[in-house]
Structures are given as structure tokens and as C-alpha cells.
Design a protein around this ligand. Sequence first.
Ligand code: KIV
Length: 276
Amino acid sequence: MRRMTLADFQKMKDEGRPIAMVTAYDYASALIAEQAGVPAILVGDSLGMVMQGQDTTLPVRVEDMIYHARMVMRGSRKALVVVDLPFLSYATEQDAVDAARRVMQEGGGQALKLEGGREIAPIVRRLTAMGVPVMGHLGLTPQAQHQIGLRAQAKEVQAARKLLDDARALEEAGAFGIVLEVIPADLAALVSKEVRIPTIGIGAGAGCDGQVQVWHDVLGLFEGKSPRHAHRFAEIGAQMVGALSHYVKQVEEGSFPTKAQSVSMAPDILAALTAE
Ligand code: KIV
């Protein structure tokens, strides 16, 4: 089967079919997402935290996005792959074109995601005119966390009006979709009705046209609490720890490896060696 296109993505909204998107950051995760039938993958700059162990997404560089996008593209065949442009890489239109050129030519991926509303509309318009599909990102935009914090956004009337206006501006500028992160569910549902393009929610309720979740959250890879907007569909981290502890124990007690994992040698060759 061929890779999902922007037209297929739009068709899912038009036909009322919810879109499941998940982040992936390497070959193995992309392969697994593909096997699970995930229609859209985000190579998110959340990789700064979950793959690099940083406190925020801010240190992530264009080079990091290229490195991870390449691996994801090798593992995925059918999903639509969207790649984040990292912090400050699209400060001007020219910066955005330069970053887009590098991420798309060197990393692959079919589309880019940028955080921001009306203020980045000229950049979205320019990239779209150059043939670069752009996904917007509104609400809790982690690249602006030092300004807005990591809390729910657009809860007051003025901020909610602004978010609606931002969504319209992104659509007018040519964005093919918008991520809505941690905003009230009723507002997300309103935006989803207001714009024709698909909205993809994370902590934005069931009224969005699709959902996106972070790989490590949804699979329960890290011990402890996941963000409120995440649901742990499995506890893979605990399973991994269990499997590795078992491995350590068997090596230490000498029960691994067994003959099954070893290569044998003909007895006459061994005899000749030991006779020397
Ligand atoms: O970087 C990321 O993973 C994201 C999602 C949380 C939407 O932007």
C-alpha cells in the first residue's frame, strides 16, 4: 500500500474518521507504529526530553530533527510523517526556508510542524507556496514555555477568541492541519467545526478530528506519572525492566547462555587443539 498523503489526511476528516497520530523517533518505533496501523507519525521535538533526557524542547537542533527523521523514514512505509521544526529555527521567513530545506532534503518526512498562530502565518504561507506542507500547533506550545508555562491555555474568553482567530489564520495561510495542545475540550470542538482542515488534539478532548500522543507516554515507558492528557495503554517500561533483570540474573548465575545460543565445534577439531 502507498504512503498516506495530505489528501488522504483531509479525507479522514471529511468522512468523519478520527485520525490517530503518535510520535516516533527512530527506526524501531516507526516500524512498530507501522505494524500497528498508525496512519500518521510525528517526529516531535519532544525527542529532546524523551530521547535526549533534556528538561525542555528548547535545546533541540535542526540536526537532531534530521537525524531522527531519517531513522523514522527508514522504518515507516505507509504513515504520513510530519517533522517538527525546532525552537528558533523559523524565527524569520528565510530561517524557515533554510530549516525546511535541510529537514526535508536531509531528513525526509512529508510535512513540517511549526508552533504559533497568526504571527507565523506569513511563514506558513511562504513554506506552503514553496511546496512544503505545514501543520500548525496552538494552545500549550512547549517552545514558548518560558512565556506561557506548561499549563492549560485559552481558558478565558479573550485567549479563546485569539486561539480561534489563530486557527483561522493558519488555515488561510495554507496549513493542512493544526495540533491543539491542552486547551478546553469545548474550545477544541469549536475550532474543529470552524476550520475545514483536521485538528489533532493532545489534552484537548474528543471533539478534535484526531489525537496525538507521545510514544513514551502511551506505552508507559517511564516509571511514575504520565502527563494528565496522556493515557498509558501499556506498561512496556516495567516489562523491559523485568526482562533485563531476568537477563542479568541468568548471566550472573550462569544459566545464560545455554547450548541453544552457542556455536559447537567438531570433537576432532577440539581434540587436535587441546593435544597441541
Ligand atoms: O513534540 C511533540 O511531541 C509534539 C506533540 C506533543 C504534539 O509537539
